[in-house]
Design a binder for this molecule. Sequence first.
Ligand code: ZN
Length: 200
Amino acid sequence: MARSFAQMARSAELSSRVQVPKEPVDQPPLEIHTLGDAVLRTPARRISKVDEAVRELARDMLRSMYTAKGIGLAAPQVGVHKQLLVIDLDPDNPATPPMVLINPEIRSFGGSLDTYEEGCLSIPGVYLNVVRPTAVEVSFRDEMGRPQKLRTDGLLARCIQHEMDHLNGVLFVDRVTDEISLNEELKQQGFDRNAVHTIR
Ligand code: ZN
């Protein structure tokens, strides 16, 4: 039996316990910290129990992420040092559920290296090329605490690596190799170059 569109929308709605409306809200529940704030440099701790408080944090992170027009947000960006990421590569489609990754671990990198322009809600206005592996295999717990494993490439692999860096206090600008562009972009957007911890 073919499902109607209404049924499909409904099942998508119910497929995630953390789904929230994707429209921006007037008062985002969580403040997103920016480059220079020490909270962004503090490593996150593992979450021992996935409960309703964790899901409510994920929902608040999503509300703040959608309002800021982002596609990924890590808990340290809102000053919470827990290993929790939210990702939604389809923020204009109200039906697709977001992804929640709790205690994510990279199992392996695959493919080759790729250069791609990244941005970050914690460094607004700055967009710079970063080299990363094109594919990853990652294990994590979902919003119900169920163990999951995902092998992916493309934008999702890129986004997972970017967000997982936040859990270790690493920002994408730390990985930028083009010094001249880095200095220019930071200056233009009013950020302090000394807040970047370049990885050699
Ligand atoms: Zn970021």
